[in-house]
Design a protein around this ligand. Structure first.
Ligand code: PMP
Length: 354
C-alpha cells in the first residue's frame, strides 16, 4: 500500500507522473530509447524544455509580460548567490523569516550592503513580521514566501516600488497570487514541481544588465536567457519530470484548483490541531502555512505511542525539522486530501486513547 507521504521535500508528486516518468526511462516518445540516453540537443528533448518553460509561465499567469522561465542547477541555494550576483549593485533589503532567508542574506553580503528590513528571529521565526517600512533606495527586496521549516507563510505580499525577488521553493503553484508583482521568482523543483535536481527561475528581462561587475557565464541569468536555458547540458530527467508535473497541474485546473484543495487540507489539519488538547501549533495562527503545518504534542510522554500509531497508519515524513522539533506535516499539491484525513484520524484516536 502506498504510504501517506508528508515529507518536506523531496516529496510526493502526482502518481501518474511517477508512472509516465518510469515509462520514459525505458522508452521515451516511442523512440525505443530512454530519456536518459538521448542528446539534450535532440528535438524530442528541446521540445520538453520548451514545454516546461511555457507551462511554468502560463500557470503563473506571466505569459507575454516580459518574463523568461529557466530551469537551472545548483538548487535554491545557488539562487541565494545568483540573485545577489546579478542584481545587487549597492544595497538590497531582506525580510528574515527563517533559516533559508538567513542563508540568502549571508550570500548576498558577499556582493554588497544588506539591510534586514524586518525579522522574526526574536521568536525563533514563528511569525511573519508586519508593518515595516521598505527603504526606497534598495536594488531589490527579497522575501521567502513560505518558510518550510517553521511553517509560516507570507499572506500579504508587500507593495513596494523597489524590485521584488522571492524564494518560493515551498509554495510555488500552490496558491493564487499576483505573480507579476515579482521581478524574479525562484524555486527548487523538489516540492510542488518535480524531483530534486533543477530550480525554476522566472525573471523579468528588464531587471537584468544593471550591475557593473563581471558575472561568470554560468552564474549570469543573461547567459541562460539568451541560450533558452540550454547553455550547457541541463538536468534532463529533472526537467522532464517537472514538465510532466506542470502538465498534470494544468490538466487538473491549474493553480486555482490546487489552491482550493490546499485550503481544504490545511483547514482539516489545523482544525484538529486547535481542537485536540494533545496538540499545539507552532506558528502564529494568522501566519500559518498551507504547505507545512508545524505542531507539537502537549504531553511529551505520548510521543512513542503517537509515533507507533503514525507508523501503523502508513504515515511517512512527519518528523519536525531539528530546529523546531515536534512534527511537521507537509501538504504539497500532490498530497491527497484523504492522506490528511488519515492523519487527523490518528490524532483524534490518540485523544480517545490517552
Ligand atoms: N528555500 C526554501 C524555502 C527551502 O525550503 C529550501 C529547501 N528545502 C531551500 C531554499 C534550499 O533548497 P536547495 O536544497 O534546493 O538548495
Amino acid at each position: 500500500m502506498k504510504k501517506h507521504n508528508f515529507s518536506a521535500g523531496p516529496c510526493i508528486l502526482p502518481q501518474e507522473v511517477f508512472k509516465q516518468a518510469s515509462e520514459a526511462v525505458l522508452n521515451f516518445n516511442n523512440l525505443d530509447l530512454s530519456i536518459l540516453e538521448i542528446s539534450h540537443r535532440s528535438k524530442d528533448f528541446v521540445d520538453v524544455m520548451e514545454e516546461a518553460r511555457e507551462l511554468a509561465l502560463e500557470l503563473l499567469g506571466l505569459e507575454g509580460k516580459g518574463y523568461k522561465a529557466l530551469f537551472l542547477q545548483g538548487g535554491a541555494s545557488m539562487q541565494f548567490v545568483m540573485t545577489a550576483y546579478n542584481l545587487l549593485e549597492n544595497k538590497a533589503g531582506y525580510i528574515n523569516t527563517g533559516t533559508w532567508s538567513d542563508k540568502a542574506i549571508k550570500e548576498a553580503k558577499i556582493f554588497g550592503e544588506v539591510v534586514e528590513v524586518a525579522s522574526s528571529k526574536d521568536k525563533n521565526y514563528n511569525y511573519i513580521p508586519k508593518g515595516f517600512d521598505v527603504p526606497k533606495d534598495l536594488d531589490y527586496l527579497h522575501l521567502t514566501t513560505n518558510n518550510t521549516i517553521f511553517g509560516t507563510q507570507i499572506k500579504d505580499i508587500p507593495t513596494t516600488d523597489v524590485p521584488l525577488v522571492a524564494d518560493m521553493s515551498s509554495d510555488i503553484f500552490s496558491r493564487e497570487i499576483d505573480f507579476s508583482k515579482f521581478d524574479l521568482i525562484y524555486a527548487g523543483a523538489q516540492k510542488n514541481m518535480g524531483p530534486a535536481g533543477t530550480t525554476l527561475v522566472v525573471v523579468k528581462e528588464d531587471i537584468l544588465g544593471k550591475v557593473t561587475r563581471q558575472i561568470p557565464s554560468m552564474l549570469s541569468y543573461a547567459t541562460h536567457v539568451s541560450k533558452g536555458s540550454m547553455f550547457n547540458t541541463p538536468p534532463v530527467f529533472a526537467v522532464y519530470v517537472s514538465m510532466l508535473t506542470l502538465r498534470s497541474m494544468k490538466a487538473k485546473g491549474g493553480i486555482s484548483a490546487a489552491a482550493e484543495e490546499n485550503e481544504k487540507k490545511a483547514t482539516l489539519l489545523y482544525s484538529e490541531i486547535d481542537l485536540n488538547p494533545l496538540f499545539k501549533g507552532y506558528a502564529a495562527k494568522e501566519d500559518r502555512s498551507l504547505m507545512n503545518a508545524t505542531f507539537n504534542l502537549t504531553e511529551d510522554n505520548l510521543k512513542e505511542t503517537f509515533d507507533t500509531m503514525l507508523k501503523e497508519a502508513g504515515i511517512n515524513g512527519l518528523n519536525g525539522h531539528r530546529s523546531v522539533g515536534g512534527y511537521r506535516a507537509s501538504m504539497y499539491n500532490a498530497l491527497p486530501l484523504n492522506s490528511v484525513g488519515v492523519l487527523v484520524d490518528v490524532m483524534s484516536e490518540l485523544e480517545r486513547k490517552a
